[in-house]
Design a protein around this ligand. Structure first.
Ligand code: NAD
Length: 230
């Protein structure tokens, strides 16, 4: 089977009812990114940061995967699919995708603030001040914040360099290093993009077949084209 690598962003979860942040003027649910998605924000006000992710987690548990997530899962019948997502929700997994790399971490994991190798699943939706790791330190969301290293980047690069087909869905391609993955696609690999608002792709130096549409309907249109190349 050919290897299809899909890079997804907040846009693929928009139809499930999880807003993207570029569409909200650079705010994430009304919060400034630097307050809730940076180490500085955490040090200033850990309670606000925990509350923010508790609300995101609660919301993510209430919503369902949409047709876009489902189509990517269905493509596993025809391709060896790796989903590299910038999303911190778990909608790809819930739709049935079996190989998902979370570049920016997961809403459903916590990690120690003294030893980042200590990662725990979060049961339910709350992580609070006073919840500690086995070494006694406060737990934080296992989310990659702005200014932090992206530990899964190397694994993602390995998959992208081996891709036979490359597909981008619902990302503004402005958050680095994730957007830089585009540079690792082999020059002869066919590449596709589905987004309601086509990002500036000139930086990639390569040509994409573009479907300007919502993730669900856009992927439905693209599916037969992808299957021709299976
Ligand atoms: P972004 O908000 O910067 O860009 C969203 C992209 O999705 C835009 O290009 C927009 O045109 C497109 N879009 C909007 N609605 C769409 C739809 N229905 N179908 C297809 N495309 C649609 O998102 P990003 O590039 O992923 O970067 C945002 C960062 O914020 C990521 O790092 C991510 O971790 C975080 N974030 C995650 C979630 C989530 O987990 N669901 C939600 C918001 C933000």
């Amino acid at each position: 089977m050919k290897h299809l690598v899909v890079l997804t962003g907040a846009g693929i979860s928009a139809e499930s009812g999880i807003p993207t942040f570029r569409d909200a003027g650079g705010l994430w649910e009304g919060y400034r990114i630097e307050d809730v998605a940076s180490p500085e924000g955490w040090h200033r006000n850990p309670k606000m940061v925990l509350d923010f992710y508790n609300q995101r987690r609660k919301r993510a548990l209430e919503v369902k995967p949409n047709r876009g997530h489902e189509i990517l899962a269905e493509l596993e019948a025809h391709f060896n699919v790796t989903v590299v997502t910038q999303n911190v929700d778990n909608l790809h997994e819930r739709a049935g995708s079996s190989h998902v790399i979370h570049l920016h971490g997961s809403l459903f994991e916590s990690r120690s603030t003294v030893d980042e190798s200590l990662v725990y699943p979060i049961e339910g939706w709350e992580l609070n001040l006073g919840d500690t790791c086995e070494k006694g330190s406060q737990l934080r969301p296992n989310i990659v914040w702005f200014g932090e290293l992206v530990p899964m980047m190397d694994a993602a690069i390995q998959y992208v360099t081996k891709a036979d087909l490359f597909l981008v869905v619902g990302t503004s391609l402005v958050v680095y290093p994730a957007a830089g993955l585009v540079h690792y696609v082999r020059h002869d690999t066919p590449r596709f993009l589905v987004d309601t608002n086509i990002p500036d792709l000139s930086f990639s130096g390569s040509r994409f077949e573009v479907v300007q549409d919502k993730a669900g309907t856009g992927l439905e249109k693209l599916k037969s084209r992808l299957l021709e190349l299976a």
